[in-house]
Design a protein around this ligand. Structure first.
Ligand code: NDP
Length: 489
């Protein structure tokens, strides 16, 4: 079945350990399906503890001896840059697999996610020899200096919403700096990670530097967090899962970085360009079907322009019709799974029962009678204490709230446990900067939303996590500092 649904693209469905595709020792497999049709795409190997042990051993051996351990940083960088070029030339092919596995529009996966993943690879490939240590003029009788060394074996645990791209923000800096990696992709979307492993091998990455173990988070993910052979866990996913991983990692005092959930406020002041703000609000919540950690899921609008803005937002939301994710014009695909659709629907029911009003969408949808689709949904009349204003829905559901002045905008903006992203729309530069400073979020956009650059760090305040991906901050996350004292007396 797999071959027909992915023409021209043979799927990889075994674990990738020590440079080879191998089945799980137990022989177990699990199905991954296309949420737009319900069809099974492939049966993927289900790793157990013994497979993880093999992957960690391969990563450890490669870290400590052989070509990877002795390679010049610039050569490591060249491999990543070569892989970036290959990924870019296969963007359509890999994008198609991502779309089939995740349900996102092919426009997003092939034209945005894959090129962005290639950008991450080339950015970090170019950075491989550009992280310097320091020297300190502290003493006349000694030379004091620091070295930046790899952390070691990195365990990367990633979610299903941007399957290859999220993984790349970890794999690229980790490999650029000489670490080795064991990746556990989300069980709902394991396919592109395995294809990428094959691509890295073809680009010349030595065996064991990158390994993929597919399998349930509750077993193989948990075992990674506990594993004494893993030096660092880099996690992206739900805040609740992050807390479990933190507890498990404590036993071996692993380094951890956490990219977690969000409930980001998108603040529109009365003096904003309302047309641009409405367009931005739509992109903020419906890009990626709203299954986006940084989704602008709370639209905070100044009372005096509430009607004018909402009319524009609703108009645009009604045009976001769920459609076949493989069609190049589709902008709203299928949710990742039937279970995710149930979660989203339960939030819509809760919003209604707490007194908020649905002004667009609100219902399940299907394409050709199939698929986990959901309409682009907009709530009005939301209060900060409602569940739909506090909790991450992770679906195409926008909560609209109003505020009277700047102070209230900031107070409501900061009123959740999260602090991942935020945006502010205004023509007043001082107001924009005051609000950007006052919002407790790792990223704040001004008159924009959902824009990213490989050099600009991304990460959370509060329960959205800690650690930063991208830019030089990411390089620091994947190195540790050694101080060297050289006696000159
Ligand atoms: P989950 O936390 O459910 O899963 C993320 C990964 O963790 C998956 O690979 C999962 O495996 C694994 N996992 C699950 N349980 C454990 C465990 N006990 N120990 C170790 N690993 C485990 O998140 P989702 O996949 O549902 O992704 C959505 C979440 O990710 C949202 O909250 C979203 O905000 C967040 N996110 C954050 C981003 C950021 O940069 N801050 C970016 C993107 C998403 P399995 O798939 O087998 O369950």
């Amino acid at each position: 079945m797999a071959a027909e649904t992915v023409p021209g693209q043979a799927l990889k469905t075994d674990l990738f350990i020590g440079g080879e595709f191998v089945p799980a020792v137990s022989g177990k497999r699990f199905a991954t399906t296309n949420p737009a049709t319900g069809e099974t795409l492939g049966e993927v190997a289900e790793a157990g503890r013994e497979d993880l042990d093999r992957a960690v051993a391969a990563a450890r051996a490669t870290l400590e001896s052989g070509p990877w351990a002795s390679m010049k940083p610039r050569e490591r960088g060249r491999i990543l840059i070569r892989a970036a070029e290959m990924l870019l030339s296969r963007a359509e092919e890999l994008g198609r697999v991502e779309t089939l596995d995740n349900g996102k529009p092919i426009f997003e996966s092939a034209k945005i996610d894959m090129p962005a993943a290639a950008d991450a690879l080339s950015y970090f490939g170019e950075s491989a020899d550009k992280l310097y240590g320091d020297t300190f003029p502290g003493r006349p009788d000694a030379m004091l200096l620091t070295l930046r060394e790899p952390v070691g074996v990195v365990g990367a645990i990633t979610p299903w919403n941007f399957p290859l791209l999220q993984a790349m923000w970890k794999i690229a800096p980790a490999l650029a700096l000489g670490n080795t990696v064991v990746l556990k992709p989300a069980s709902l979307t394991p396919l592109t990670a395995l294809l990428f492993a094959d691509l890295l091998r073809e680009a010349g990455l030595p065996a064991g530097a990158f390994n993929v173990v597919t399998g349930p988070g509750s077993t193989v993910g948990q075992a990674m967090a506990e594993h004494p052979g893993i030096d660092k866990v880099s996690f992206t996913g739900e805040t609740g899962t992050g807390k479990k991983i933190l507890r498990a990692a404590a036993a071996t005092m692993k380094r951890v970085s956490m990219e977690l959930g969000g409930k980001s406020p998108n603040v529109v002041f009365a003096d904003a360009d309302l047309e641009a703000a409405a367009k931005g609000a739509i992109n903020a919540i419906f890009y990626g079907k709203g299954e986006l950690c940084s989704a602008g899921s709370r639209l905070l609008v100044e009372e005096s322009v509430h009607d004018a803005l909402l009319e524009r937002v609703v108009d645009r939301a009604k045009k976001m019709v769920p459609a076949d994710p493989l069609h190049p014009k589709t902008r709203l695909g299928a949710l990742v799974s039937e279970k995710q659709r149930e979660t989203v629907e339960a939030y819509v029911t809760s919003g209604k029962s707490e007194g908020a009003k649905v002004v667009a969408g609100g219902n399940r949808a299907s394409v050709d009678g199939k698929g986990a689709f959901f309409e682009a949904t907009v709530f009005d009349g939301v209060r900060p204490d409602m569940k739909i204003a506090r909790e991450e829905i992770f679906g195409p559901v926008l909560a609209t709230l109003t505020f009277a002045d700047e102070a209230e905008a900031v107070a409501v903006g900061n009123s959740t446990i999260y602090g991942l992203a935020a945006a502010v729309w205004t023509r007043d530069v001082k107001k924009a900067l005051r609000t950007a400073k006052a919002l407790k979020a790792g990223t704040v956009w001004v008159n924009a939303y959902n824009l990213y650059d490989p050099g600009l760090p991304f990460g959370g305040y509060k329960e959205s996590g800690f650690g930063r991906e991208r830019g030089r901050y990411a390089l620091e996350e994947y190195t540790q500092v050694k101080s060297v004292w050289v006696d000159l007396s």
